[in-house]
Design a protein around this ligand. Structure first.
Ligand code: ADP
Ligand code: MG
Length: 1127
């Protein structure tokens, strides 16, 4: 049971809002948030958690630790909260409480080993967070975890490669190039390197291996100032080895369309770093455990090796005919998985790539066709029909497939079929030939295929290696890349899985040792106190498999027996290992044919069926001989080093059990090659890449929690965590630690201490348990979770400081507001008081004024009364005095009364006179006034009259001037006229104002008219008067005639008339009166003038009549007539 104060300290991390992880069946690990602080009551710890996603808390299901969230999830949606409840007695360490989430800033950390809480869920979530944000690579200490994106990601360009050139791993984000670069740099320093790429099928191992090889092939030019894309021939050949091995060794499986069915260790040799530019000088490929069963059987949706389908699809017609190739569906070996075509893969193109790669690897085209010939032959072998007779299998001699395959292989068909359907036994030196059952015959047939194909594959590897070894690679540095199948665990696990898992156990052992060594080196470097850390090793499990009396040994033993069976093997295993002391072996609960091995990752149940056969890997000696006699030289070459190749993998001088005398078993060969590999790897510095397949459906960036978690467990990443956790997993440089957590101590310490001293002060002041930390040379080493603890303390401190700052700030604001309010209140009060005081003063003033007014008023009233009384008193006094005086007077003698009477009379008379005179004066004054106004009236009238007179005078002058003008005109007119008459009107008119007009008929008529220009403005009134129109007509008559005389006389009369007219004009007079305004309206002519006028008119009419048709009318000025008509 844990101590209370330690528990209290642990529970500090379980405050409300803190997050922890719970195991989840589907999601691996899911996250929950504490809905309240952790409490201790009734001897148990209680923490209420809620779902982070929904955030609701509805009741709690009381779960006792160790926690599982399944119940919680099952209870959804009704129950979204879980109460973690664990009795105090059951809590022994922090690991009994729900695993805590790391601080948020670590959510996407590049290296998971930097996590403060270093446990399975933290690693799991670290990878998940990164993967969901499309970062597929993550470091976990020295391991690179590579998630398969199942999508092209743009991080493998030459540009990016160049960025990694010459960089340290920590300087760059996690990337496979980072690992490759690290290997390269370390290799240059003289140490051989190896990279172990592991993971389950389809996790991306082969792809990763390819990227590493690409990088290493280009690495020598990455740091050049002028990047070149030129690769050396060797580098090209190294890269070309991939398509060959993939065509012959890869197949479509349900998990991976291009699954490598063999393990591969590629060593790239580099030139001496001290002799100029480093470049790849050669390479060596080593393969492991090619899957043979695939050749004869493929599960549904899976394929045989790619090369067969490529051949069927792409071989030219002639070759097809020669090799008897048709569609893949026609071959029994190809059609079982019923998936001959892979989506997005073009077998025709792939075939071309294979051919090119073979050419690059130095295989001439003719030889290539020999290879394909063998492949075709194998396909035909699969088509050989074995009649399923009950006891004796048989096959027709004319079976087309048989004929074709034996033709292609160059062997005798009847011999071949004989040793397929029959078996030779040697009993006591005597040979017996025996019929075999059809299954045995089919097995024998297929064993030929398996053996030949394996030989072919080995030959290809050998050829590739020959081609890759351009220069002598002795004592050269190398980088090895191991692309090996990861831990496998299926529903049914067979011999292949057993071998694979055995290999993985071996690799895991190396891996653990390596991690352990690295960890230890780190501690030694930093010079900290170091005690051996304990962690569970898988050594015992390996011992169980490969030990002297291990499973493999027992398998070999059973395989060598004539009547050895799988069932016997299991019985043997059970008797040897199903003991309490053996912790890594178990009998399954049901059945007797299976056995269980408890591997480091998970326990695997193996089905023993076919273990012996697969281990024996046999082909009968008779068949071997038949093949050895082949006329096909290539086949003979393939089989030439039979035995040799198998033993070659076993290091020289080693003896693999007693079986070495005969054909070595597959198990022993595999074990030997594995030991060889381990020996090679131990001489190198290892790097680890763990590929993880994030989902089954190969969907881009889909994360299936449970699947990833099981792979994490299998790939050993979690093991490294255990190793780290046993030591001091939280390591931080002093500078970083002091900077981040400096605020946990006082400012003075921060200012005075250096980073290391400050770190020591912080750590020792906060961690009370000295076993939790150690101080190295450059780093502080802390036990698991301590960084998170510091982080939480830092968070508390920051929160405290923030609250303090807020508090002070708020206080300042409130204080300032208070001061302001106070000042304002005082001001208001002052104003109010002064207002009230002024109001009171005004009141007082009013009262005072009222009193003064009242007093004055009262005084005046009193005065009036007083003066009235006084005058009354005086009058009274005077009356009394008069009385008194009278009395005294009466008592005196009488004065002259007559005199006083007369005086009084005089006075009254005088008074009256004055009154009368005053009246008179007033009357006179009014008269004077009326006169004055009359005078003023007259004065006005006078002024008006005199101005009228002035106007009239001016008019008279005008009229006179007019009259003179008329006179002049008349004279001139008369003159002219008389001149005219005298001259018989022949004289020129000179400046006569009239213009003569026309002649008419026989007599000359002159019409005169006054031109407009001659009209004077003042005449306008009289336009139609005297001068308006004059017409005279003359007849051109001979001088001295009668008519002429009469005419002259009439003219004379007319002249007279004109004269009189002028006279009358002259007689116009003007009369005027000063005072009569109406004077103008009176006629300016006398009455007889009117009569004379009438007379003149009459005469004129007469004259007119006398002058026949020709007349001269000179009318009297109408002005006179008009004037006569005026009233
Ligand atoms: N880094 C990667 N980027 C993109 N796709 C990848 C990557 N790694 C693997 N893949 C995809 O996953 C498939 C399987 O990868 P592969 O390396 O053949 O798996 P394994 O060798 O582990 O069986 C590849 O064909 C490819 O489509
Ligand atoms: Mg592969």
């Amino acid at each position: 049971m844990i101590e209370t104060d330690v528990l209290q300290r642990l529970l500090l991390d379980y405050q409300k809002g803190s997050r922890a992880y719970f195991k989840h069946a589907l999601h691996g690990w899911s996250m929950a948030e504490a809905a309240s602080d952790a409490t201790i009551s009734s001897n148990a710890v209680h923490i209420l958690f809620k779902d982070v996603d929904s955030g609701e808390v509805k009741g709690a299901s009381n779960l006792e630790g160790p926690q599982t969230i399944e119940n919680w999830c099952a209870a959804k949606p009704n129950k979204q909260a879980i109460e973690f409840k664990l009795a105090l007695s059951k809590i022994n360490s922090a690991s009994d409480l729900p695993p805590l989430k790391n601080p948020d800033f670590m959510d996407h950390v590049d290296d998971l080993s930097l996590l403060s809480h270093l446990h399975e869920p933290a690693v799991f979530w670290g990878i998940k967070n990164r993967f969901l944000s499309k970062r597929i690579y993550t470091y976990s200490g020295m391991v690179l975890i590579a998630m398969n994106p199942f999508e092209r990601v743009d991080i493998y360009t030459d540009e990016i490669m160049r960025k990694f050139g010459g960089k340290k791993r920590a300087e760059m984000t996690p990337h496979i190039y980072g690992i490759a670069e690290e290997c390269y740099r370390a290799m240059l320093e003289g140490k051989n390197q190896s990279v172990v790429v592991s993971g389950e099928s389809g996790a991306g191992k082969t792809q990763s291996t390819r990227y590493i090889m690409q990088y290493l092939a280009a690495v020598d030019s990455l740091t050049d100032s002028e990047p070149s894309n030129l690769r050396s021939e060797t580098e090209e050949a190294v890269l070309a080895s991939n398509p060959i091995l993939e065509s012959f060794g890869n197949a479509k499986t349900t998990r991976n369309d291009n699954s490598s069915r063999f393990g591969k260790f590629v060593q790239l040799f580099f030139s001496n770093p001290y002799s100029g530019k480093v470049h790849i000088t050669g390479a060596k490929v080593q393969t492991y455990l090619l899957e043979r069963s695939r050749l004869i059987y493929q599960p549904d949706t899976e394929r045989n090796y790619h090369i067969f389908y490529q051949l069927c699809a792409a071989a030219p017609l002639a070759e097809k005919k020669m090799l008897g190739l048709t569609a893949w569906k026609n071959f029994a070996y190809l059609r079982q998985g019923n998936a001959g075509v892979i989506r997005n893969v073009n077998d025709v193109e792939e075939f071309r790539t294979t051919q090119e790669a073979l050419s690059t690897a130095g295989v001439p085209v003719a030889l290539q066709w020999e290879i394909f010939r063998i492949c075709a032959a194998l396909l035909h072998i699969g088509n050989i029909e074995i009649a399923p007779n009950r006891d004796a299998a048989s096959c027709s001699e004319i079976d087309a497939a048989l004929i074709k395959c034996t033709e292609l292989l160059g062997i005798n068909s009847s011999e071949f079929i004989q040793w397929i359907t029959k078996k030779q036994n040697i009993i006591r030196g005597e040979k017996f030939v025996k019929n075999v059952k059809s299954e045995a015959a089919v097995a024998a047939r297929d064993s030929v295929t398996k053996v030949i194909y394996t030989k072919l594959f080995d030959w290809l590897v050998k050829t590739i290696n020959k081609n890759l070894m351009r220069e002598s690679t002795d004592s050269q540095q190398f980088i090895g890349v191991l692309d090996i199948y990861g831990f496998e665990h299926f529903a049914t696990n067979s011999f292949e899985q057993f071998c694979i898992n055995y290999a993985n156990e071996k690799l895991q052992q190396e891996f653990n040792a390596h991690v352990f060594r690295i960890e230890q080196e780190g501690y030694i470097q930093e010079g900290i106190q170091w005690t051996m850390i304990e962690f569970t090793d898988n050594k015992q499990c390996i011992e169980l498999i490969e030990g002297k009396l291990g499973i493999l040994a027992l398998l070999d033993e059973e395989s060598r027996l004539q009547n050895g069976t799988d069932a016997n093997l299991v019985t043997k295993l059970n008797t040897h290992f199903a003991t309490p002391s053996q912790k890594f072996y178990a009998k399954p609960r049901f059945g007797t044919t299976d056995f269980v091995v408890k591997h480091y990752a998970v326990s695997v149940q193996y089905a023993s069926h076919n273990f012996i056969d697969k281990n024996k890997d046999s082909m009968s000696d008779e068949l071997k001989q038949v093949l050895a006699k082949s006329t096909n030289p290539f086949l003979r070459e393939l089989l030439a080093d039979d035995q040799v190749s198998a033993i070659a993998a076993v290091p020289a001088g080693k003896v693999v059990g007693r079986a070495s005398a005969k054909t070595p078993t597959l198990g022993s060969v595999f074990k030997a090659s594995l030991q060889d590999l381990m020996a090679t790897m131990r001489k190198t510095e290892s790097h680890y890449i763990r590929c993880i397949k994030p989902n089954m459906a190969k969907e881009p960036f889909q994360f299936e929690g449970a699947m990833v978690l099981s792979q994490l467990q299998a790939c050993g990443v979690l093991e490294t965590i255990k190793i780290s956790n046993a030591g001091y997993p939280n390591k931080l440089e002093y500078a970083i630690f002091a900077t981040r957590y400096g605020l946990l101590v006082d400012a003075l310490s921060r200012a005075t201490f250096d980073n290391k001293a400050l770190t020591m002060k912080i750590v020792t002041s906060i961690l009370t348990d000295p076993s939790k930390y150690q101080f190295g040379k450059t780093k502080v080493f802390l036990k698991n979770g301590q960084i998170a603890f510091f982080e939480n303390r830092r968070k508390d401190r920051v929160r405290h400081l923030v609250v303090l700052t807020q508090k002070n700030f708020k206080r300042t604001i409130i204080q300032r507001n208070y001061e302001r309010t106070k000042a304002a209140t005082i001001t208001i009060q002052t104003f109010a008081r002064s207002f009230l005081a002024r109001k009171r003063l005004t009141e007082k003033k009013k009262v005072r004024s009222a009193i003064v007014i009242q007093s004055l008023w009262r005084a005046s009233r009193a005065k009036a009364v007083f003066s009235k009384q006084k005058s009354l008193i005086i009058r009274l006094q005077s009356a009394i005095r008069i009385q008194t005086a009278r009395k005294t007077r009466l008592s005196l003698p009488m004065r002259d009364s007559a005199t006083s009477v007369s005086l009084e009379n005089t006075l009254s008379t005088l008074t009256k006179t004055v009154v009368v005179q005053v009246g008179q004066i007033a009357a006179l004054q009014s008269k004077v006034g009326s006169y004055e106004s009359q005078i003023n009236n007259w004065k006005g009238k006078y002024e008006a009259a005199s101005s009228e007179i002035g106007i009239l005078k001016e008019e008279i002058v005008d009229l006179k001037a007019e009259r003179d003008m008329y006179k002049e005109e008349r004279d001139f007119f008369a003159n002219t006229l008389s001149n005219c008459i005298q001259d018989g009107l022949l004289a020129p008119f000179g400046d006569f104002p009239f213009i003569p007009d026309t002649n008419e008929d026989s007599c000359t008529v002159a019409r005169f008219s006054l031109p407009e220009s001659k009209l004077k403005p003042e005449w306008t009134e009289r336009r139609e008067s005297i001068l308006a129109h004059a017409r005279v007509s003359f007849a051109p008559m001979p001088r001295g005639s009668e008519l002429r005389d009469s005419l002259i006389s009439s003219l004379k009369t007319q002249n007279e008339f004109l004269k009189s007219t002028v006279e009358s004009l002259r007689s116009v007079q003007h009369r005027s009166s000063i005072y009569q305004v109406g004077i103008r309206s009176k006629s300016i002519y006398e009455e007889d003038d009117i009569l004379a006028e009438a007379e003149r008119e009459r005469q004129k009419a007469l004259l007119n009549r006398r002058i026949t048709n020709r007349y001269s009318v000179m009318r009297r000025p109408p002005m006179a007539v008009k004037s006569a008509e005026d009233p």
